[in-house]
Design a protein around this ligand. Structure first.
Ligand code: URP
Ligand code: ZN
Ligand code: ZN
Length: 478
Protein backbone atom coordinates (compact mmCIF):
# COMPACT_ATOMS: atom_id res chain seq x y z
CA UNK A 1 0.00 0.00 0.00
CA UNK A 2 1.48 3.41 -0.97
CA UNK A 3 1.78 6.05 1.72
CA UNK A 4 1.45 9.81 1.21
CA UNK A 5 2.37 12.59 3.63
CA UNK A 6 0.88 16.05 3.14
CA UNK A 7 3.33 18.14 5.07
CA UNK A 8 3.48 21.65 6.48
CA UNK A 9 0.01 22.91 5.57
CA UNK A 10 -2.93 24.43 7.43
CA UNK A 11 -5.69 21.87 7.70
CA UNK A 12 -9.09 23.54 7.40
CA UNK A 13 -12.32 21.88 8.52
CA UNK A 14 -15.89 23.11 8.87
CA UNK A 15 -15.15 24.05 12.47
CA UNK A 16 -11.60 25.33 12.56
CA UNK A 17 -8.09 25.40 11.19
CA UNK A 18 -4.64 24.48 12.41
CA UNK A 19 -1.20 23.37 11.34
CA UNK A 20 -1.09 19.63 10.79
CA UNK A 21 0.46 16.96 8.61
CA UNK A 22 -1.87 14.42 7.04
CA UNK A 23 -0.77 10.82 6.56
CA UNK A 24 -2.54 8.61 4.05
CA UNK A 25 -1.96 4.88 3.83
CA UNK A 26 -3.41 3.30 0.70
CA UNK A 27 -6.85 4.82 0.22
CA UNK A 28 -7.42 6.04 3.78
CA UNK A 29 -6.26 8.84 6.02
CA UNK A 30 -4.57 7.17 8.98
CA UNK A 31 -3.29 10.15 10.97
CA UNK A 32 -3.67 13.90 11.32
CA UNK A 33 -0.56 15.02 13.16
CA UNK A 34 -1.54 18.18 15.01
CA UNK A 35 0.42 20.49 17.32
CA UNK A 36 1.11 18.52 20.47
CA UNK A 37 1.51 15.34 18.49
CA UNK A 38 5.00 13.97 19.09
CA UNK A 39 5.22 13.19 15.40
CA UNK A 40 4.34 16.64 13.99
CA UNK A 41 7.38 18.07 12.30
CA UNK A 42 9.43 14.90 12.70
CA UNK A 43 10.87 13.69 9.51
CA UNK A 44 8.84 10.70 8.46
CA UNK A 45 9.26 11.91 4.88
CA UNK A 46 11.98 9.34 4.33
CA UNK A 47 9.69 6.41 5.06
CA UNK A 48 6.65 7.45 2.99
CA UNK A 49 6.29 6.92 -0.73
CA UNK A 50 5.11 10.43 -1.62
CA UNK A 51 5.53 13.75 0.16
CA UNK A 52 3.31 16.66 -0.82
CA UNK A 53 4.71 19.97 0.40
CA UNK A 54 1.77 22.08 1.58
CA UNK A 55 3.78 24.85 3.22
CA UNK A 56 1.80 28.09 3.15
CA UNK A 57 -1.24 26.31 1.74
CA UNK A 58 -4.61 25.08 2.90
CA UNK A 59 -5.31 21.37 3.19
CA UNK A 60 -9.02 20.69 2.83
CA UNK A 61 -11.30 17.70 2.33
CA UNK A 62 -11.97 17.09 -1.38
CA UNK A 63 -14.96 18.94 -2.76
CA UNK A 64 -18.29 17.14 -3.11
CA UNK A 65 -20.55 18.41 -5.87
CA UNK A 66 -23.96 16.99 -5.04
CA UNK A 67 -25.69 18.17 -8.22
CA UNK A 68 -24.33 17.27 -11.67
CA UNK A 69 -25.83 16.10 -14.94
CA UNK A 70 -23.32 14.18 -17.03
CA UNK A 71 -24.75 12.96 -20.35
CA UNK A 72 -28.25 14.16 -19.42
CA UNK A 73 -30.72 13.86 -22.32
CA UNK A 74 -32.45 17.25 -22.42
CA UNK A 75 -34.23 19.38 -25.03
CA UNK A 76 -33.55 16.98 -27.90
CA UNK A 77 -29.83 16.73 -27.18
CA UNK A 78 -27.52 15.43 -24.45
CA UNK A 79 -25.35 17.26 -21.91
CA UNK A 80 -21.93 17.45 -23.51
CA UNK A 81 -19.77 16.15 -20.66
CA UNK A 82 -19.47 12.41 -20.43
CA UNK A 83 -18.78 10.88 -17.05
CA UNK A 84 -15.18 10.63 -18.21
CA UNK A 85 -14.69 14.26 -19.30
CA UNK A 86 -16.89 15.76 -16.58
CA UNK A 87 -15.33 13.94 -13.64
CA UNK A 88 -11.84 14.71 -14.94
CA UNK A 89 -12.72 18.41 -15.11
CA UNK A 90 -14.16 18.15 -11.60
CA UNK A 91 -10.87 16.68 -10.34
CA UNK A 92 -8.91 19.52 -11.92
CA UNK A 93 -11.06 21.90 -9.92
CA UNK A 94 -10.62 20.19 -6.53
CA UNK A 95 -13.80 18.14 -6.50
CA UNK A 96 -13.25 14.48 -5.58
CA UNK A 97 -16.87 13.23 -5.48
CA UNK A 98 -19.96 14.02 -7.48
CA UNK A 99 -23.55 12.96 -7.04
CA UNK A 100 -25.18 12.81 -10.45
CA UNK A 101 -28.85 12.32 -11.29
CA UNK A 102 -29.92 8.98 -12.74
CA UNK A 103 -32.99 9.58 -14.88
CA UNK A 104 -36.28 7.73 -15.12
CA UNK A 105 -38.01 9.14 -18.20
CA UNK A 106 -41.77 9.07 -18.66
CA UNK A 107 -42.97 5.51 -19.27
CA UNK A 108 -39.66 3.97 -18.22
CA UNK A 109 -39.10 1.65 -15.27
CA UNK A 110 -36.99 3.18 -12.48
CA UNK A 111 -34.68 0.13 -12.53
CA UNK A 112 -34.03 0.57 -16.25
CA UNK A 113 -33.25 4.27 -15.89
CA UNK A 114 -30.88 3.54 -13.02
CA UNK A 115 -29.19 0.65 -14.83
CA UNK A 116 -28.57 2.92 -17.82
CA UNK A 117 -26.89 5.44 -15.51
CA UNK A 118 -24.65 2.78 -14.00
CA UNK A 119 -23.68 1.77 -17.55
CA UNK A 120 -22.78 5.35 -18.46
CA UNK A 121 -20.62 5.90 -15.38
CA UNK A 122 -19.02 2.56 -14.50
CA UNK A 123 -15.36 2.37 -15.42
CA UNK A 124 -15.33 5.90 -16.81
CA UNK A 125 -15.03 8.22 -13.83
CA UNK A 126 -11.91 9.98 -12.61
CA UNK A 127 -13.35 10.47 -9.11
CA UNK A 128 -15.94 8.76 -6.93
CA UNK A 129 -19.57 9.18 -7.88
CA UNK A 130 -23.01 8.51 -6.45
CA UNK A 131 -26.51 8.93 -7.82
CA UNK A 132 -29.74 10.61 -6.87
CA UNK A 133 -32.75 9.25 -8.75
CA UNK A 134 -34.85 11.56 -10.93
CA UNK A 135 -38.38 10.20 -10.90
CA UNK A 136 -39.95 11.40 -14.12
CA UNK A 137 -43.02 9.21 -13.86
CA UNK A 138 -44.49 8.83 -10.37
CA UNK A 139 -46.92 5.90 -10.55
CA UNK A 140 -47.65 2.83 -8.42
CA UNK A 141 -44.89 0.77 -10.04
CA UNK A 142 -42.33 3.57 -9.59
CA UNK A 143 -43.31 4.06 -5.96
CA UNK A 144 -42.73 0.37 -5.32
CA UNK A 145 -39.37 0.42 -7.07
CA UNK A 146 -38.29 3.52 -5.16
CA UNK A 147 -38.56 1.57 -1.90
CA UNK A 148 -35.54 -0.56 -2.81
CA UNK A 149 -33.32 2.35 -3.85
CA UNK A 150 -31.95 2.93 -0.34
CA UNK A 151 -30.52 -0.61 -0.31
CA UNK A 152 -28.75 0.25 -3.55
CA UNK A 153 -27.13 3.29 -1.98
CA UNK A 154 -29.46 5.84 -3.53
CA UNK A 155 -31.03 7.70 -0.65
CA UNK A 156 -32.54 10.69 -2.44
CA UNK A 157 -34.81 11.36 -5.40
CA UNK A 158 -35.62 14.46 -7.40
CA UNK A 159 -39.04 15.59 -8.56
CA UNK A 160 -39.83 18.43 -10.95
CA UNK A 161 -42.61 20.96 -10.52
CA UNK A 162 -41.34 22.37 -13.86
CA UNK A 163 -41.07 21.01 -17.40
CA UNK A 164 -44.62 19.71 -18.08
CA UNK A 165 -44.48 16.83 -20.55
CA UNK A 166 -40.88 15.97 -19.66
CA UNK A 167 -40.05 15.30 -16.00
CA UNK A 168 -43.02 17.09 -14.43
CA UNK A 169 -44.95 15.77 -11.41
CA UNK A 170 -48.31 17.20 -10.37
CA UNK A 171 -49.24 17.80 -6.74
CA UNK A 172 -50.93 14.40 -6.37
CA UNK A 173 -47.78 12.64 -7.57
CA UNK A 174 -45.60 14.79 -5.34
CA UNK A 175 -47.77 14.01 -2.34
CA UNK A 176 -47.46 10.25 -2.89
CA UNK A 177 -43.71 10.41 -3.43
CA UNK A 178 -43.31 12.52 -0.30
CA UNK A 179 -45.25 9.96 1.74
CA UNK A 180 -42.66 7.43 0.60
CA UNK A 181 -39.91 9.87 1.50
CA UNK A 182 -41.33 10.11 5.03
CA UNK A 183 -41.60 6.31 5.33
CA UNK A 184 -38.13 5.48 4.00
CA UNK A 185 -36.11 8.52 5.09
CA UNK A 186 -35.15 9.21 1.50
CA UNK A 187 -34.57 12.90 0.84
CA UNK A 188 -37.08 14.51 -1.54
CA UNK A 189 -35.18 16.90 -3.79
CA UNK A 190 -37.34 19.44 -5.58
CA UNK A 191 -36.99 21.52 -8.70
CA UNK A 192 -39.35 24.21 -7.45
CA UNK A 193 -40.80 26.28 -10.28
CA UNK A 194 -44.42 26.45 -11.39
CA UNK A 195 -43.93 24.81 -14.79
CA UNK A 196 -47.49 25.00 -16.19
CA UNK A 197 -47.72 28.75 -15.49
CA UNK A 198 -44.21 29.34 -16.87
CA UNK A 199 -45.11 27.56 -20.09
CA UNK A 200 -48.10 29.88 -20.61
CA UNK A 201 -45.98 32.98 -20.01
CA UNK A 202 -43.27 31.66 -22.34
CA UNK A 203 -45.76 30.97 -25.13
CA UNK A 204 -47.20 34.48 -24.76
CA UNK A 205 -43.72 36.02 -25.02
CA UNK A 206 -43.01 34.05 -28.20
CA UNK A 207 -46.35 35.23 -29.68
CA UNK A 208 -45.19 38.80 -28.99
CA UNK A 209 -41.99 38.12 -30.95
CA UNK A 210 -39.84 38.02 -27.79
CA UNK A 211 -37.76 35.00 -28.66
CA UNK A 212 -34.24 35.96 -27.44
CA UNK A 213 -32.61 34.03 -24.55
CA UNK A 214 -33.26 36.97 -22.22
CA UNK A 215 -36.98 36.13 -22.22
CA UNK A 216 -36.26 32.71 -20.73
CA UNK A 217 -35.59 34.57 -17.48
CA UNK A 218 -38.61 36.83 -17.93
CA UNK A 219 -40.96 33.87 -18.30
CA UNK A 220 -39.47 32.11 -15.29
CA UNK A 221 -40.30 34.96 -12.91
CA UNK A 222 -39.24 34.76 -9.27
CA UNK A 223 -42.92 34.50 -8.28
CA UNK A 224 -42.96 31.12 -10.04
CA UNK A 225 -40.05 29.95 -7.88
CA UNK A 226 -41.39 31.37 -4.64
CA UNK A 227 -44.84 29.88 -5.18
CA UNK A 228 -43.51 26.41 -6.02
CA UNK A 229 -41.04 26.48 -3.12
CA UNK A 230 -43.88 27.34 -0.75
CA UNK A 231 -46.08 24.60 -2.19
CA UNK A 232 -43.31 22.01 -1.88
CA UNK A 233 -42.71 23.06 1.72
CA UNK A 234 -46.40 22.75 2.58
CA UNK A 235 -46.66 19.31 0.98
CA UNK A 236 -43.55 18.25 2.89
CA UNK A 237 -45.05 19.60 6.12
CA UNK A 238 -48.26 17.72 5.54
CA UNK A 239 -46.51 14.45 4.80
CA UNK A 240 -43.54 14.79 7.14
CA UNK A 241 -41.04 14.34 4.29
CA UNK A 242 -37.52 15.76 4.46
CA UNK A 243 -37.19 18.26 1.64
CA UNK A 244 -34.18 19.68 -0.20
CA UNK A 245 -34.77 22.49 -2.69
CA UNK A 246 -32.27 22.42 -5.54
CA UNK A 247 -30.73 25.36 -7.41
CA UNK A 248 -32.38 28.23 -5.50
CA UNK A 249 -31.94 31.56 -7.28
CA UNK A 250 -34.68 33.89 -5.97
CA UNK A 251 -34.30 35.67 -2.65
CA UNK A 252 -38.02 35.14 -2.11
CA UNK A 253 -37.52 31.37 -2.36
CA UNK A 254 -34.75 31.62 0.25
CA UNK A 255 -37.29 33.44 2.41
CA UNK A 256 -39.61 30.46 2.16
CA UNK A 257 -36.84 28.03 3.09
CA UNK A 258 -35.81 30.20 6.05
CA UNK A 259 -39.42 30.43 7.22
CA UNK A 260 -39.86 26.65 7.13
CA UNK A 261 -36.54 26.04 8.89
CA UNK A 262 -37.34 28.58 11.58
CA UNK A 263 -40.56 26.68 12.19
CA UNK A 264 -38.49 23.53 12.74
CA UNK A 265 -39.25 21.78 9.48
CA UNK A 266 -36.70 19.46 7.85
CA UNK A 267 -36.17 21.73 4.85
CA UNK A 268 -32.79 22.31 3.24
CA UNK A 269 -31.58 24.10 0.15
CA UNK A 270 -28.63 24.70 -2.11
CA UNK A 271 -27.68 27.50 -4.41
CA UNK A 272 -25.16 27.41 -7.24
CA UNK A 273 -22.19 29.62 -8.21
CA UNK A 274 -24.07 31.10 -11.18
CA UNK A 275 -26.67 32.62 -8.84
CA UNK A 276 -23.92 34.16 -6.72
CA UNK A 277 -22.06 35.77 -9.61
CA UNK A 278 -24.26 36.04 -12.71
CA UNK A 279 -27.47 37.90 -13.44
CA UNK A 280 -30.37 37.93 -15.88
CA UNK A 281 -28.76 40.86 -17.66
CA UNK A 282 -25.94 38.49 -18.77
CA UNK A 283 -28.59 36.84 -20.93
CA UNK A 284 -28.93 39.99 -23.02
CA UNK A 285 -25.80 38.80 -24.84
CA UNK A 286 -23.10 40.93 -26.44
CA UNK A 287 -23.69 42.41 -29.84
CA UNK A 288 -19.95 42.06 -30.52
CA UNK A 289 -20.21 38.28 -30.30
CA UNK A 290 -21.06 36.41 -33.50
CA UNK A 291 -24.25 35.25 -31.84
CA UNK A 292 -25.41 38.78 -30.96
CA UNK A 293 -28.23 38.66 -28.42
CA UNK A 294 -28.30 34.89 -28.77
CA UNK A 295 -24.99 34.77 -26.91
CA UNK A 296 -27.21 35.01 -23.83
CA UNK A 297 -28.05 31.34 -24.46
CA UNK A 298 -24.79 30.48 -22.68
CA UNK A 299 -26.45 31.61 -19.46
CA UNK A 300 -29.82 29.92 -19.93
CA UNK A 301 -30.50 27.62 -17.00
CA UNK A 302 -33.41 26.84 -14.69
CA UNK A 303 -34.11 28.22 -12.22
CA UNK A 304 -32.94 31.25 -14.22
CA UNK A 305 -30.44 33.96 -13.40
CA UNK A 306 -32.14 36.83 -11.60
CA UNK A 307 -31.99 40.57 -12.29
CA UNK A 308 -29.05 42.26 -10.56
CA UNK A 309 -31.37 45.15 -9.74
CA UNK A 310 -33.35 43.01 -7.31
CA UNK A 311 -30.58 42.06 -4.86
CA UNK A 312 -30.75 38.28 -5.25
CA UNK A 313 -26.98 37.73 -5.29
CA UNK A 314 -26.41 39.56 -2.00
CA UNK A 315 -29.33 37.65 -0.48
CA UNK A 316 -27.79 34.33 -1.56
CA UNK A 317 -24.42 35.15 0.00
CA UNK A 318 -26.14 36.28 3.17
CA UNK A 319 -28.20 33.08 3.34
CA UNK A 320 -25.00 31.06 2.95
CA UNK A 321 -23.60 32.91 5.97
CA UNK A 322 -26.72 32.50 8.10
CA UNK A 323 -27.30 28.85 7.11
CA UNK A 324 -30.66 29.59 5.51
CA UNK A 325 -28.88 27.95 2.56
CA UNK A 326 -26.71 25.01 3.55
CA UNK A 327 -24.76 24.04 0.45
CA UNK A 328 -23.36 25.07 -2.89
CA UNK A 329 -23.58 22.62 -5.80
CA UNK A 330 -23.04 23.42 -9.45
CA UNK A 331 -26.05 21.92 -11.26
CA UNK A 332 -23.37 21.25 -13.87
CA UNK A 333 -25.33 20.70 -17.08
CA UNK A 334 -23.09 21.67 -20.00
CA UNK A 335 -24.17 22.23 -23.59
CA UNK A 336 -22.13 23.56 -26.49
CA UNK A 337 -23.37 26.58 -28.41
CA UNK A 338 -22.87 24.80 -31.73
CA UNK A 339 -25.68 22.36 -32.50
CA UNK A 340 -26.92 22.40 -28.89
CA UNK A 341 -27.80 25.83 -27.49
CA UNK A 342 -28.29 26.79 -31.17
CA UNK A 343 -31.42 24.62 -31.16
CA UNK A 344 -33.10 27.62 -29.54
CA UNK A 345 -32.25 30.18 -32.24
CA UNK A 346 -35.55 31.96 -32.79
CA UNK A 347 -37.27 30.37 -29.77
CA UNK A 348 -35.72 30.56 -26.30
CA UNK A 349 -37.92 27.65 -25.15
CA UNK A 350 -35.81 25.29 -27.24
CA UNK A 351 -32.45 26.26 -25.72
CA UNK A 352 -31.24 23.30 -23.65
CA UNK A 353 -31.09 24.52 -20.06
CA UNK A 354 -27.82 24.42 -18.19
CA UNK A 355 -24.41 25.91 -17.42
CA UNK A 356 -21.12 24.03 -17.04
CA UNK A 357 -19.36 24.81 -13.75
CA UNK A 358 -18.15 21.54 -12.19
CA UNK A 359 -14.52 22.59 -12.63
CA UNK A 360 -14.86 25.99 -11.01
CA UNK A 361 -17.00 25.58 -7.89
CA UNK A 362 -14.16 25.34 -5.37
CA UNK A 363 -12.36 28.36 -6.86
CA UNK A 364 -15.49 30.48 -7.22
CA UNK A 365 -16.49 29.79 -3.64
CA UNK A 366 -12.97 30.50 -2.41
CA UNK A 367 -13.32 33.91 -4.01
CA UNK A 368 -16.13 34.41 -1.49
CA UNK A 369 -13.51 33.92 1.24
CA UNK A 370 -11.18 36.41 -0.42
CA UNK A 371 -13.92 39.01 -0.63
CA UNK A 372 -15.00 38.43 2.98
CA UNK A 373 -18.44 37.04 2.12
CA UNK A 374 -17.83 33.70 3.86
CA UNK A 375 -15.15 32.37 6.20
CA UNK A 376 -12.54 29.81 5.29
CA UNK A 377 -14.29 27.22 7.45
CA UNK A 378 -17.65 27.99 5.88
CA UNK A 379 -16.07 27.45 2.44
CA UNK A 380 -15.16 23.90 3.47
CA UNK A 381 -18.54 23.35 5.07
CA UNK A 382 -20.55 24.53 2.06
CA UNK A 383 -18.53 22.63 -0.54
CA UNK A 384 -17.61 19.40 1.21
CA UNK A 385 -18.70 18.72 4.79
CA UNK A 386 -22.39 19.57 4.54
CA UNK A 387 -22.82 17.83 1.15
CA UNK A 388 -21.35 14.70 2.79
CA UNK A 389 -23.68 14.98 5.79
CA UNK A 390 -26.71 15.90 3.70
CA UNK A 391 -26.38 12.93 1.40
CA UNK A 392 -25.12 10.13 3.60
CA UNK A 393 -21.39 10.18 2.90
CA UNK A 394 -19.99 11.79 6.03
CA UNK A 395 -17.09 10.04 7.75
CA UNK A 396 -15.95 8.48 4.49
CA UNK A 397 -16.07 11.85 2.72
CA UNK A 398 -16.25 15.49 3.75
CA UNK A 399 -13.67 15.40 6.55
CA UNK A 400 -9.94 15.03 7.14
CA UNK A 401 -9.76 12.50 9.95
CA UNK A 402 -8.37 9.02 10.52
CA UNK A 403 -10.59 6.49 8.79
CA UNK A 404 -11.85 8.87 6.13
CA UNK A 405 -11.04 8.35 2.46
CA UNK A 406 -7.82 10.03 1.40
CA UNK A 407 -9.66 12.73 -0.57
CA UNK A 408 -7.62 15.86 0.03
CA UNK A 409 -7.02 19.12 -1.83
CA UNK A 410 -4.00 21.33 -1.32
CA UNK A 411 -5.18 24.85 -2.08
CA UNK A 412 -2.79 27.76 -2.58
CA UNK A 413 -4.25 31.05 -1.29
CA UNK A 414 -1.40 32.92 -2.95
CA UNK A 415 -2.01 31.32 -6.33
CA UNK A 416 -4.24 32.71 -9.04
CA UNK A 417 -6.76 31.17 -11.40
CA UNK A 418 -7.86 32.85 -14.62
CA UNK A 419 -11.03 31.06 -15.67
CA UNK A 420 -11.82 30.80 -19.34
CA UNK A 421 -11.84 28.79 -22.50
CA UNK A 422 -8.31 27.82 -23.48
CA UNK A 423 -7.05 28.75 -19.98
CA UNK A 424 -8.26 26.47 -17.19
CA UNK A 425 -11.10 24.92 -19.16
CA UNK A 426 -11.33 21.12 -19.26
CA UNK A 427 -15.10 20.66 -19.53
CA UNK A 428 -16.36 19.33 -22.85
CA UNK A 429 -17.88 22.57 -24.10
CA UNK A 430 -17.11 25.03 -26.90
CA UNK A 431 -17.34 28.05 -24.59
CA UNK A 432 -17.21 28.98 -20.92
CA UNK A 433 -20.03 30.88 -19.25
CA UNK A 434 -17.30 31.86 -16.75
CA UNK A 435 -15.04 33.52 -19.31
CA UNK A 436 -12.92 36.22 -17.69
CA UNK A 437 -13.58 35.38 -14.03
CA UNK A 438 -10.43 35.79 -11.92
CA UNK A 439 -9.87 33.97 -8.61
CA UNK A 440 -7.18 34.75 -6.04
CA UNK A 441 -6.43 31.15 -5.19
CA UNK A 442 -5.44 27.96 -6.92
CA UNK A 443 -6.03 24.22 -6.70
CA UNK A 444 -2.50 22.83 -6.47
CA UNK A 445 -2.80 19.14 -5.67
CA UNK A 446 -5.81 16.84 -5.66
CA UNK A 447 -5.70 13.45 -3.99
CA UNK A 448 -8.52 11.01 -4.53
CA UNK A 449 -8.64 7.93 -2.28
CA UNK A 450 -4.91 8.25 -1.69
CA UNK A 451 -3.89 8.74 -5.32
CA UNK A 452 -2.54 12.07 -6.54
CA UNK A 453 -4.80 12.73 -9.54
CA UNK A 454 -3.91 16.38 -10.18
CA UNK A 455 -0.65 18.13 -9.43
CA UNK A 456 0.44 21.54 -10.64
CA UNK A 457 -2.15 21.59 -13.41
CA UNK A 458 -1.21 18.09 -14.62
CA UNK A 459 -3.83 15.34 -14.63
CA UNK A 460 -2.23 12.15 -13.31
CA UNK A 461 -5.30 9.97 -12.83
CA UNK A 462 -6.97 7.45 -15.05
CA UNK A 463 -10.40 6.75 -16.40
CA UNK A 464 -11.98 4.28 -14.00
CA UNK A 465 -10.22 5.54 -10.85
CA UNK A 466 -13.61 6.65 -9.53
CA UNK A 467 -15.87 4.16 -7.74
CA UNK A 468 -19.63 4.11 -7.19
CA UNK A 469 -20.57 5.49 -3.77
CA UNK A 470 -23.36 3.68 -1.94
CA UNK A 471 -24.81 6.42 0.22
CA UNK A 472 -26.68 6.18 3.50
CA UNK A 473 -29.55 8.34 4.69
CA UNK A 474 -29.03 12.03 5.33
CA UNK A 475 -27.48 12.80 8.70
CA UNK A 476 -29.78 15.80 9.04
CA UNK A 477 -32.91 13.70 9.47
CA UNK A 478 -34.64 13.90 12.79
O1 URP B 1 -30.84 24.39 -16.17
C1 URP B 1 -30.74 23.36 -15.55
N1 URP B 1 -30.84 23.40 -14.26
N2 URP B 1 -30.53 22.19 -16.18
C2 URP B 1 -30.42 20.93 -15.59
C3 URP B 1 -31.72 20.31 -15.22
C4 URP B 1 -32.20 20.74 -13.87
O2 URP B 1 -33.32 21.19 -13.77
O3 URP B 1 -31.48 20.62 -12.90
ZN1 ZN C 1 -33.73 21.20 -11.72
ZN1 ZN D 1 -29.98 20.02 -12.09
Amino acid sequence: MATTLIKGGTVVSATGRGDADVLIDGEKIIAVLQPGSALLGTDISAVVDTVVDATGKYVIPGGIDAHTHMQLPFGGTEASDTFESGTRAAAWGGTTSIIDFAVQTYGQKIQDGLAAWHDKAAGNCAIDYGFHQIVGDVNDESLLAMRSLVDEGISSFKLFMAYPGVFYSDDAQILKAMQLSRDTGMMTMMHAENGPAIDVLAAQLIEQGKSDPFYHGVARAWEMEEEATHRAIMLAKLTGAPLYIVHVSAKQAVGQVAWARDAGQNVFAETCPQYLYMSLEDQLGATSDKYGHFEGAKFVCSTPLRSHEEGHQDAMWQALRTNDLQMVSTDHCPFCMKDQKELGLGDFRKIPNGIGSVEHRMDLMYQGVVTGKITLERWVELTSTTPARMFGLYGKKGVIAPGADGDVVVYDPNGHTSIGYGKTHHMNMDHSAWEGYEVDGHVDTVISRGKVVVNDGQYLGQKGDGQFLKRGLSQYLT
